[in-house]
Design a protein around this ligand. Sequence first.
Ligand code: GLV
Ligand code: MN
Ligand code: MN
Length: 437
Amino acid sequence: MGERVLVNGARLLDNLSAMSTFGINPHGGIDRAFAQESDRQVRAWILEMWARMGLETGTDAIANLWGKKHGSENLAPIVFGSHHDAVPDGGKYDGAMGVIIATEIMQTILERQIPTRHPLAVVSFTAEEPNAFNLSTLGSKVLCGRLAKEDLLSKTDRSGKVRLEDAVKELGGNLHHLDEARLHSGDIAAFLEAHNELGRQLEIRDLSVGAAASITGIYREKITVTGESNHAGTTMMQDRKDAFLSLSEIAAALERGALQRNSPEVTATMGYVNLHPNEANIIPGSAEGIIDIRTSNDEDLQFVLGFVEEAAEKARSRRGVQVLRECLLDQKAQPLDPFVREAILHGMAAEGEPEVTLTSMAGHDAANMQRIAPSGMIFVRSVGGYGHCRREYCRPEDIVKAANAMLFAVLELDQSMDAAKPQPAETAAAVNWEAAS
Ligand code: GLV
Ligand code: MN
Ligand code: MN
């Protein structure tokens, strides 16, 4: 491949700092959830940056952002990127770092005028994180056909007041044209994503970077408990139907179930709760919670769910409440592509790093992309193992290492991939491309 090409580390880090000004709160966390004003603003910033680089920019029907350059051969594109939304009070790295690393790789290839056989595209996905619509990895799920247009058209947010259709429209998408955003096997030659690890696996082994071998399964369920609101002082303790206490017992059972598996690859959390009426002098009449269980193994999942059902049953019989359980997500573990992983490992080796692979306990768009294209991920060490909180941090030298390793992988794949021919026009993704000015 001749002389080794490296990214501009200083520019990469500057762009990452610039991106973290969008949605920054007074505590230094990032508030940039899907469809918030900060989401709108960062989208405009990303598209403008890509247009300035000379890319053709576009927004597809689910409002994913794209920036594309041509290749010398008639091949499907190699795509790389991540997402720009964030969890509430989140970190500066989750998603953003992957978008900026992808941008830097593209910019390096453009300014060094490195010819590529494949077209290349950068992508920033819509709504990767959970949000008011209870939909995560929304953009990549639509691309790979996991969500039906009719279901999305009837979706509203948790308040019931905002329609998903309107939220997507404001961001430049159009749910009515969703079928056009759909990609099929062969439309993309390969997908690569860089991400902070969000856990401690790399730090424990004192490693800067690692490649993902697979992505954990994620199961989410909404639990709605209906009891009876009543006076906190005048209602005797034995006369209550406390929805919150019932939900708490389910949360505690969830923890007991996961702990009994005694594995770093089985976790269970109730991270979202909502009480009604939620006032100090009223017994909670209803309580809603969302549970999140992660494992690659169905037996573990069923084991933990057994604890949930047992606690729900106890609440029904002992507290006289109703408990409704509704599955929101049942995503199985997803192995990533070995060929793309090899290219990433070669890139890591070129950086002098050991060729280490991990199972990701965080969910990622790459798990969806793997359904339609060979996909791979490179992780950057998370200092202290923090993720989904404002304490997320990655060392600059680790970030630059990952970018260089991924650039190496992109160029290797461009040479080595026997990519499928592009699909006929009617199945190709429709993006409203705007020629760069
Ligand atoms: C995605 O960020 C997840 O792991 O929840
Ligand atoms: Mn995340
Ligand atoms: Mn992420």
